[in-house]
Design a protein. Structure first.
Length: 291
C-alpha cells in the first residue's frame, strides 16, 4: 500500500535534507586544509572539488531521516558528514582508470581528470581519514555514556569501508568468481548496501536509538539497500548491456525475477521500519519511490 505522503511533499523534504547536507559540507571543509588560493595545496582543492561536485546527498539525508524519526530529534550533522566523506572517497576511487575508468562524475570531469590520478587517490585517503575524525566530532554531541556509541560507530564504519564492505565490493565487482545469485548479492551487499547500512546505523546511534536494536536496524538497511540497487539494475539494464557489464541482477536473472526480489526487499524494509518505530512518512515513502 502506498503511503499518504505525496511525491511533491517527499521532494520538498529531500530538498530540505539536501540543503542541510550542503551546509554541513561547507562548514566542515576546513578539516581538509586550506585551498591553494589561500596558501593551501591542490590536495585540499581536490577534496573540495569532489565534495562539491553536485550529487543528491542521499546517504547523509538518510542519516538525518533516521535521527529525525527518533524521539530525541538530535543534531547528527557530523555523523551525516562522515558518511558523505566516505561515500565521496569511494566515488573518487571507483572512477580511477585502474577501476571503472570513468571520465565524468555527475556530468563533470572526474576528480582524477582535473587533478591527476595521484592527487585524486590521495584525496580519497584524506576524505576517509577526515570521515573518522567526524565520527569523533559526532561523539561530542552524545548525551550519557558515549563509549558504546563510539565503539559501535567505529566498528560499523571500519567493516563497511573495508574488505567486507566498499573495498571488497569493488574488488568483487571487477573480479567476480561467477555470476550466481549468491555472488551478485554479495557484490551488491558490499558495494551498495554497506554504505546504506552505515547511514542507518549512524542515524540510529547518534540520534539516540537503543543499541540493542542495531541488528534490526542493519537488516532494515540491508533490505533498503538491496531494493535500491535492484531497482537501479532494472533501470540500467540496456545501458549495462551496451557496456558489457555483467554485475546486474536484471541482466543475470531477468526483469521479472528482479522485480520479485525488489518487491520482497521493499516489503521487509517497511516491516523493519514499523518494528523499529521509525516509520515516518518520508522513510516509508522511500520504499514506494525506489520501485
Amino acid at each position: 500500500m502506498l503511503s499518504s505522503f505525496s511525491r511533491e511533499e517527499f521532494k520538498q523534504k529531500l530538498a530540505l535534507y539536501r540543503g542541510r547536507s550542503e551546509e554541513a559540507i561547507k562548514k566542515n571543509l576546513p578539516c581538509l586544509g586550506k585551498p591553494s588560493k589561500d596558501g593551501g595545496t591542490a590536495l585540499s582543492d581536490a577534496c573540495e572539488y569532489a565534495l562539491l561536485n553536485g550529487g543528491k546527498r542521499f546517504r547523509p539525508s538518510l542519516v538525518y531521516m533516521i535521527a529525525d524519526a527518533l524521539p530525541g530529534k538530535k543534531d547528527v550533522s557530523c555523523a551525516a558528514m562522515a558518511i558523505e566523506f566516505f561515500h565521496t572517497a569511494s566515488l573518487i576511487a571507483d572512477d580511477l582508470p585502474c577501476m571503472d575508468n570513468d571520465d565524468e562524475r555527475r556530468n563533470k570531469p572526474s576528480t582524477h581528470k582535473v587533478f591527476g590520478e595521484a592527487t585524486a587517490l590521495l584525496a580519497s585517503y584524506a576524505l576517509i581519514a577526515a570521515g573518522y575524525g567526524l565520527i569523533a566530532s559526532a561523539a561530542k554531541t552524545v548525551v550519557g555514556d558515549v563509549g558504546p556509541v563510539v565503539i559501535e560507530a567505529l566498528s560499523n564504519a571500519s567493516e563497511n569501508a573495508g574488505v567486507f564492505g566498499l573495498t571488497g565490493g569493488q574488488f568483487l565487482d571487477i573480479n567476480p568468481p561467477d555470476l550466481s545469485l549468491e555472488t551478485l548479492r554479495e557484490v551488491l551487499r558490499r558495494k551498495t548496501v554497506s554504505l546504506f547500512e552505515a547511514s542507518f546505523v549512524f542515524g540510529w546511534l547518534f540520534g539516540g536509538g537503543d543499541l540493542k536494536a542495531l541488528p534490526l536496524v542493519k537488516q532494515c538497511a540491508s533490505n533498503f539497500g538491496m531494493a535500491f540497487q535492484i531497482a537501479d539494475d532494472i533501470g540500467d539494464l540496456e545501458q549495462d548491456k551496451e557496456k558489457g557489464r555483467t554485475i546486474n541482477m536484471a541482466l543475470a536473472f531477468g526483469v521479472d525475477a528482479a522485480k520479485e526480489m525488489l518487491d520482497k526487499e521493499v516489503k521487509e524494509y517497511k516491516e523493519g521500519l514499523r518494528k523499529l518505530k521509525i516509520d515516518s512518512p518520508e522513510l516509508l515513502f522511500l520504499g514506494d519511490v525506489v520501485k
